[in-house]
Design a protein around this ligand. Structure first.
Ligand code: ADP
Length: 320
């Protein structure tokens, strides 16, 4: 990993909690460590506690318990130092539409006390990395949504943060622009030495960008690993089908015959069966012998949605 100045983790979260006035337990004691240079994703449906977590890490939300450190600085005890080593791009725009792209970046460089010459070089650098160099002389009011989002990220990088927080970076963008932005963020890691912590409810985004993801549900981390490791737990192939009778009975039959392990599950009449090397036909013949009628049979490769579903019994994609 790059940028490992002193072996201190970029982000270290211990037992972090937030209960809002009124009693909503938005974050219920989470732990994770992000290494310097890592791209770490907080993945979960709306209301899972992702923004609250980012809020605590960026010192805008006061934790109710536990601790969080950025490059060694405690967000509650040393908020200025913690803010000094980090930058955040929120969902809502903070760039000024009446100024040009360059004026926005210069303003930000001045706010951070960056010397003019250094600031100019840095602005050239980050604009190039985010693909906004050609737009810099235009007022931001004339930017498209995707261009504005890229300028926001460029702005956040001007101060050379050790940790960059991206809160739902692609929300509100149409699919093509969204993919362009993902490319730009993916390319950042080669150029910038920043650790990135991003939140998303898009599975593909987490899979594509993140070295590791923490899957969050109702303020708790239900799984945390690299996307590849999380998916590997479910094998190479998943069989999905609908049964006419009792789904739990079908699962029990499959388990008894050694097809579909503990991770096979049913939601309503729909069965999801990680095959772990069994052929789909084996599962189908077990069900046929048990006189269970099946329909809507399909196989596919596992996704992070299956991981979420498997851990929580809910569909991430549907609730997002
Ligand atoms: P996410 O970012 O994953 O969508 P949030 O962190 O925004 O989740 O919200 C987590 C929970 O905390 C939700 O139940 C939400 O309604 C609640 N919540 C968020 N902000 C506040 C607030 N300022 N006051 C009270 N409850 C809040």
């Amino acid at each position: 990993m790059t940028h490992s100045r002193d072996g201190v983790p970029a982000v270290e979260v211990n037992g972090l909690r937030k209960t809002y006035p009124g009693g909503v337990e938005a974050v219920k004691g989470i732990d994770f460590v992000v290494a310097p240079g890592e791209v770490f994703g907080l993945l979960g449906p709306n209301g899972a506690g992702k923004s609250t977590t980012i809020g605590m890490l960026t010192t805008t939300v006061i934790p109710s318990g536990g601790s969080a450190r950025l490059a060694g600085f405690d967000v509650a005890e040393q908020p200025l130092l913690a803010r000094g080593v980090s930058s955040v791009v929120f969902q809502d725009a903070v760039v000024d539409s009446s100024l040009t792209g360059r004026e926005n970046l210069e303003l930000h460089a001045r706010l951070w006390g960056i010397a003019a010459a250094d600031g100019r070089a840095r602005i050239d650098d980050v604009s190039d990395a985010l693909g906004v160099s050609e737009l810099l002389e235009r007022p931001v009011g004339s930017f498209s949504g995707g261009q504005r989002r890229r300028l926001e990220i460029a702005r956040a990088l001007v101060s050379r943060p050790r940790v960059l927080f991206l809160d739902e970076p692609t929300v509100g963008l149409d699919p093509r622009i969204r993919h362009e932005l993902l490319d730009v963020v993916a390319n950042l890691r080669g150029r910038e030495q920043t650790t990135i912590v991003l939140t998303t409810h898009y599975l593909d985004e987490a899979e594509r960008l993140c070295d590791r993801v923490a899957i969050i549900r109702l303020g708790e981390i239900v799984a945390m690993d690299s996307p590849r490791a999380l998916l590997a737990g479910l094998g190479n192939e998943i069989l999905e089908l609908r049964v006419s009778g009792e789904a739990e009975h079908a699962i029990a039959e499959l388990r008894e015959r050694g097809v579909g392990g503990e991770d096979a599950f049913a939601i309503g009449a729909r069965l999801t069966i990680p095959l772990h090397g069994c052929a789909p036909s084996e599962a189908l013949s077990v069900l046929e012998e048990a006189r269970i009628r099946v329909s809507e049979i399909a196989t596919r490769t596992p996704t992070l949605d299956d991981v979420y579903l498997n851990r929580t019994g809910e569909r991430l994609a549907a609730v997002a």
